[in-house]
Design a protein around this ligand. Sequence first.
Ligand code: NAD
Length: 433
Amino acid sequence: MNITVVGTGYVGLVSGVCYAELGNRVVCVDKDAHKIMQLERGEIPIYEPGLKELADANVRRGRLSYTSDLHEAMRLSELVIIAVGTPPLPSGEADMRYIESVAAEIGEALGHYQLIVIKSTVPVGTNEAVRGLIAARTRQPFEMASVPEFLREGSAVQDTLHPDRIVIGADSSRAAHTLQELHRPLTDQLIVTDIRSAEMIKYASNAFLATKISFINEIANICEKVGADVTEVAGGMGLDRRIGAAFLRAGIGYGGSCFPKDTKALIQIAGNVAYDFKLLKSVVEVNHMQRFGVIDKLLRALGHLQGRRVAIWGLAFKPETDDVRDAPAIEIIERLLELGATPVVHDPIAMPNFRRIAADPRIVWCEQPLDAVRGADALCLLTEWSQYLRQDLREVERAMARPILIDGRNAYSAEQLAGAHFAYYPVGRPAMN
Ligand code: NAD
């Protein structure tokens, strides 16, 4: 199949590369000419394990190319996949300007029948709106379909090649058939539904996962007060197949480019039809408060933060990604600065992206984890990158001014801590001090 993918971000680039890997001819389009130049040079603008190898191989085989010219890309394609961003507006609603502008461009470029697929996460009804925008600019026949994306950053290639399910929202058997054929090599779990339900499945799935995280974080907060251990509690809960073990890890809350924006967007989608989604509003509020547990523990351990040197390990919203959008580290560091502390930060991959959004001159940036802890009054683990878990904690303790470890991800085991003499503050588990 000849496929045009519009938008070469985490979703578009990974999808494009994987569709090429399946044997399709894929042209990835982005309006960011710099990104296209990087891609043409063989550079991958995002950090995603396994992506470069797969992209290089498919470019070599002649199945994958990059351009900023949508007209040219669409000349031969049968399928156009829209994967541009839908970032949040201040109101929480999804900003549809990129989708709308792509729709207009597709309408101008359409020279023969094509199936237009929206992969971006979009409010219910967007496919219909996009259909209208395209139809206003062309007399060519075309159809719309929705194939929401469920990949996780950090394992995006694996998730795309081995998805739990593919959801196809289509209102014609021709469109449904084309998309079933395209995705059949990936999984047998192909669900065909109407377009609005497909759009809703994406939001409902993310909202549910966010709810699990906020739920276990609240249980963790209660565990801290009653002397229980949330890891034991989650383990005991997760063995119940009706509950499942996934997404029951207590910590500093979710971040990233999806859960925060998709939960807020769903609250707005509900609000627009006069439905007050109370449960999800609480999920968002709990998640926001959870990150400040790190600050509370620092205050408990140090009394005050004025003039304190606080080492931060991890800025990305989770390991194996350079994405810092809505990462809990942003607000934690802002709060540290407000309280007069000096954040001394390290992240193996995400520092350049973080610097772009948090360029405060009071932040000290370190190239090595051990440089960050040298002379520090406390260490906060905010992202559980494996290299932090491999550090010799006795060496870390020796380098620090005070051996205080706030483990925002419950990442360290008793064995790893043995031999060091940290005052240790995990989440929802008994502190050791
Ligand atoms: P992103 O910001 O990383 O990438 C979007 C890309 O689209 C950018 O490169 C931008 O230059 C390009 N773009 C914008 N307007 C364009 C236009 N008119 N023509 C061509 N290119 C254009 O976004 P992302 O993280 O890949 O997310 C894309 C969508 O997928 C969003 O709706 C998001 O909610 C959804 N999604 C993301 C993830 C994830 O983990 N990132 C997972 C599932 C779904």
